[in-house]
Design a protein around this ligand. Structure first.
Ligand SMILES: [Mg+2]
Length: 466
């Protein structure tokens, strides 16, 4: 502003119109400048698209191209380039840098957001205050964000449609990572074998798994409907199960070489029937090669690793959400989530193996490293979609969550292999309660999602949400 009102800037103001055209081009080229500063001895690629220019402006543009190139030659940032221009009294460089910074929409940013959903944007099914305006603001400013949630049970596209309606904002399915989204990585290994998928309402999780590419997905309902004696306590749920069960692809008959056999068990969402589902998981973990109805002779044999338990080709066990509790519309205290059933299964396994064997399984979902890694890969792809390949390298990611144990711990412990820095922002609208001391310390604690985003925008030197 000082420069614009100074006598030196009068000349600049007179030719503001032509300058604005060249500045626009310069601004579009800014990310390329940032990413090619080391190569500043030659003009950055894509810096000038001469075909789009009015010939009348070309002379000014060429001059400003050299000014910008000069300004960035020894500068590591926009701010440093500007200071360099001031110290060297290079008016052309000062003018064009100032104009690019203050008069035009901001270019691709080198920071991004990762949002937990439950307890941050809504307490299911009720949206939280400020959630809609915050997402709209980020969309309007073209600031990239993803959703990294431990929830699941529906396809990513279904979930995105629900969020779009809830928050009145256009979203992209590629922004969305649920607890079971990383299960996509398991498709090549298991796509042609039978997999047991547990959790969710009806057979919604079966449909999710089939959408991922698993070709033979079986649910607890299929088994209990085909073999009612499998589980003696079915009086409450019998009708429910039969409403969506499908015929089994093979009988449960260990004497038959084609007997029903599983290669993996995925717990995609919270089980609605812990007793039945824990029974099924235990049966498969003690089986021979995943054949339901068998028991491995290796079980309890100390000559094998883990005292022989889970050493005989049993199916892989993959849980997708370690959270024991989650924030719901029940305002008095959080409710059980998938992690509570995992804890119960640990207890059952301990009794079954007489404390002689660890329960071997893979855990997906926050705070696990794999989920944040998957999230960052998704974020990088989404940034490329928004900004193209010339975008500045991702520097800071602000993960906003309500759970100290999954969100804050996960973001704090995550070491990005891509060189970005993850910061953790804890909000007080979900599991964490105001005035209590969180088990894992966040970068900052904020009242709600809008405050958290404004905290990050301040840190980045960007204008805050009004
Ligand atoms: Mg949450």
């Amino acid at each position: 502003m000082i420069l614009i009102s100074s006598p030196e800037s009068k000349h600049y103001l007179k030719r503001r119109e032509s300058l604005a055209a060249s500045t626009f081009t310069a601004k579009m080229a800014f990310p390329h400048l940032m990413s090619t500063m080391e190569l500043s001895s030659s003009p950055p690629k894509n810096f000038v698209d001469r075909s789009t220019l009015d010939p009348l402006h070309s002379k000014t543009l060429i001059r400003h191209t050299f000014s910008l190139k000069w300004a960035f030659k020894k500068s590591a940032s926009f701010k440093a380039a500007f200071e360099h221009a001031i110290q060297s009294k290079n008016k052309d460089a000062m003018h064009i840098l100032l104009e690019a910074q203050t008069s035009l929409p901001p270019g691709p940013c080198d920071f991004a957001f990762s949002f937990d959903i439950d307890g941050v944007l809504h307490n299911s099914p009720n949206p939280l205050p400020h959630a809609s305006e915050t997402l709209k603001f980020l969309k309007e400013k073209n600031i990239p964000f993803i959703f990294l949630t431990n929830s699941g049970g529906k396809s990513e596209s279904t979930r995105v449609k629900m969020l779009e309606e809830e928050f009145d904002v256009d979203l992209d399915v590629s922004q969305f990572v649920q607890s079971h989204t990383p299960a996509l990585d398991y498709v090549p290994q298991h796509q042609d074998n039978c997999v047991l998928v547990i959790g969710g309402v009806g057979d919604s999780c079966r449909k999710v798994a089939e959408g991922y590419g698993f070709n033979s997905v079986i649910t607890s309902a299929d088994i209990i409907t085909a073999y009612p004696k499998y589980w003696p306590f079915d009086e409450i749920a019998r009708q429910y199960y039969s409403s969506f069960a499908r015929p089994l692809p093979a009988p449960i008959d260990p004497t038959n070489p084609d007997s029903l056999k599983f290669s993996a068990i995925f717990v995609f969402s919270s089980s609605r029937d812990w007793g039945l589902d824990c029974q099924l998981i235990e049966d498969l973990l003690v089986s021979r090669e995943g054949i339901l109805g068998t028991q491995s002779r290796k079980n309890g044999d100390a000559s094998f690793e883990n005292n022989g338990w889970q050493q005989d080709g049993q199916p892989s066990l993959i849980f997708c959400n370690p959270d024991v509790h989650w924030s719901t519309a029940w305002k008095h205290s959080p409710r059980f989530s998938q992690g509570a059933m995992i804890a119960a299964l640990h207890g059952i396994w301990n009794i079954r193996t007489r404390g002689k064997a660890a329960l071997q399984f893979t855990q997906l979902g926050k705070p696990c490293y794999g989920s944040f890694l998957y999230g960052e890969k998704v974020l990088n792809k989404y940034r490329e979609k928004l900004f193209g390949r010339g975008a500045p390298k991702l520097r800071n990611v602000y993960h906003i969550g309500d759970s100290p144990v999954s969100d804050i711990r996960g973001a704090n412990e995550y070491q990005s292999p891509f060189g970005s820095n993850w910061l953790s922002l804890l909000v007080e609208t979900g599991i964490h309660r105001t005035g209590t001391n969180p088990e894992y310390q966040p970068t900052a604690t904020l009242a709600h999602v809008k405050d958290a985003v404004n905290f990050a925008l301040r840190e980045e030197g960007w204008e805050e949400m009004p």
